[in-house]
Write a protein that binds this ligand. Structure first.
Ligand SMILES: Cc1cc2nc3c(=O)[nH]c(=O)nc-3n(C[C@H](O)[C@H](O)[C@H](O)COP(=O)(O)OP(=O)(O)OC[C@H]3O[C@@H](n4cnc5c(N)ncnc54)[C@H](O)[C@@H]3O)c2cc1C
Length: 465
């Protein structure tokens, strides 16, 4: 593996977290900004895309036949500026390849946290910006981009650019949620959130069906900063029953024995895994879900921030539980007011032959100004299916049509199978995004398997490259 010499890349087979749609690319590992720039110069006709920790489920960080720039070496800037520690605000400047986990380890002990944490902390800053990731607090704090003050972008040609909303609003918004197609994020300056402890106060509520789950989420969002619902979609009798967990950061007075420095024991502590061992058979999932639903559940408890935000991280490579064919996650967003469509989608999933192994429902607050950012005000449903069921593709295509007709969209960071014609229906500002993307990349160097499949960039709509 090369470090610092982009011409010394090796060819590797890459997939996303779902393990579907593999392709082979030349992977380079720049150690410096100069290496990143040189990688663009060395990219051939199949172009280049950045790759962080490969946690996108589908083909966003792949570029079959072309170059993939792995950003792990671009984490060196680490914490160049935390402060002012005592004030209500702090900012931090980190490398684009730094992981959320590494940043949390460094800042939590000083009483700060990243303000948006997705369902895994094994995500890089570049990946978090490129997907404009959301957490369980979207209804209060918005998505990741809302907390980015500036980033340094390596475009396909020329010197790195420092981008802020004031310097180039269109490029800032096109990069936020732009799936790496506007350049490589080399570094970013983020706002942090003050926390008093490493703990969350978590409230659990069992719900009898989908309407009860939705009502509980609405109520939770009115009084809690974080909320999410696990859904049992394998049960046809109590469709959409689940467990709503609402949470807030614990105050120092609530957890006097736990200081900010008590790191090791808390990092080891985990919530029980929420995944059954047999994920490809409905009977196994149904049995597990029934047991999980009925398990003893405290109505209120303290839990480490990490285990509330990212419970599956405790299981490591849990995606392998789906076997060699991998998994497909279907994550859609539906506008508020389209609850009838959400109910219909849940019903269709419950009765479809494909096994809904793990399902999560959440409410989004208002979206932001980024044309390709996924969250819109309303609901988001994420369902993991084992890949390989021959009926799955057609049934998800049908769901896409319902979602698009209701003004909703599918999340590019989770997608591996959507059809290109759905993109302008789901993301009506795609042409505005394409114009900014073409301004920064007139030669069409930036591309990925996702781009070629969905014809996101203008260059990929013009040519079958
Ligand atoms: C278990 C699990 C839970 C998840 N939960 C959530 C969740 O709650 N909310 C949510 O929003 N997402 C969630 N995700 C998705 C994940 O947060 C995103 O896919 C994120 O983009 C992955 O970051 P990464 O560093 O692994 O990037 P990769 O997967 O490697 O790449 C993802 C995209 O980012 C681009 N990219 C990566 N680095 C850079 C860079 N330096 N510059 C420019 N572009 C770059 C790539 O080109 C690609 O388009 C989850 C994923 C998993 C596996």
């Amino acid at each position: 593996m090369s470090t610092g010499d982009p011409s010394n890349g090796t060819r590797r087979r890459l997939t996303g977290w779902g393990g579907t749609a593999p392709s082979v690319a030349t992977v380079v590992h720049p150690a410096t900004r100069g290496d990143a720039r040189a990688a663009f110069e060395a990219a051939g006709p199949r172009g280049l895309i950045a790759r962080g920790l490969g946690r996108a489920y589908g083909d966003a960080a792949q570029n079959g036949g072309g170059m993939v720039l792995a950003t792990a070496g671009l984490n060196g800037t680490a914490l160049t500026a935390i402060g002012p520690i005592d004030g209500p605000r702090a900012t931090i400047t980190v490398g684009g390849g730094a992981s959320l986990e590494a940043i949390q380890r460094a800042v939590l002990r000083t009483g700060w946290s990243l303000p948006v944490l997705p369902g895994t902390r094994h995500v890089t800053i570049g990946g978090a910006i490129a997907s404009d990731v959301h957490g369980k607090n979207h209804h209060v704090d918005g998505s990741f981009g809302a907390h980015v003050e500036a980033f340094t972008l390596q475009p396909p040609a020329g010197d790195p650019i420092v981008v802020t909303r004031a310097s180039d609003a269109a490029l800032f918004e096109a990069t936020t949620g732009g799936m790496g197609l506007t350049g490589v994020v080399l570094a970013a300056t983020l706002r942090l959130m003050k926390v008093e402890t490493r703990l969350m106060r978590v409230h659990n509520q069992r719900t009898a069906d989908l309407d009860a789950t939705m009502r509980a989420l609405v109520e939770a969002d009115a009084t809690h900063r974080y909320s999410v619902a696990w859904l049992d979609l394998a049960s046809t009798r109590a469709r959409g029953r689940g467990i709503v967990t609402a949470a807030d950061h614990a105050r120092a007075a609530e957890a006097p024995a736990v200081g900010l420095l008590d790191e090791p024991s808390l990092w080891r502590a985990t919530v029980p895994p929420v995944v059954p061992m047999n994920l490809v058979r409905r009977a196994g999932v149904s049995l597990f879900n029934a047991a999980w639903f009925r398990r003893p559940l405290p109505s209120e408890a303290l839990a480490p921030i990490e285990s509330y935000m990212a419970p599956l991280d405790a299981l490591g490579a849990w995606n392998r539980l789906y076997g060699p064919r991998g998994l497909v996650q279907y994550q859609c967003a539906l506008p508020a007011g389209e609850e009838a469509v959400l109910r219909a989608i849940v019903e269709a999933i419950t009765h479809a032959p494909a096994v809904p192994a793990l399902s999560v429902l959440k409410r989004f607050g208002p979206g932001n100004g980024a044309p390709l950012s996924f969250p819109i005000e309303g609901w988001t449903l994420a369902v993991d299916f084992p890949a390989g069921d021959p009926a799955l593709g057609a049934s998800l295509d049908t769901l896409d049509e319902h979602v698009a007709a209701a003004g909703g969209r599918v999340y590019f960071a989770k997608d591996a199978r959507m059809r290109a014609e759905m993109v302008p229906l789901m993301y009506p500002r795609i042409d505005e995004w394409r114009a900014t993307q073409a301004r920064i990349d007139p030669a069409g160097v930036l591309t990925s398997d996702l781009d070629r499949r969905l014809h996101l960039t203008a260059a990929s709509t013009r040519s079958a490259r």
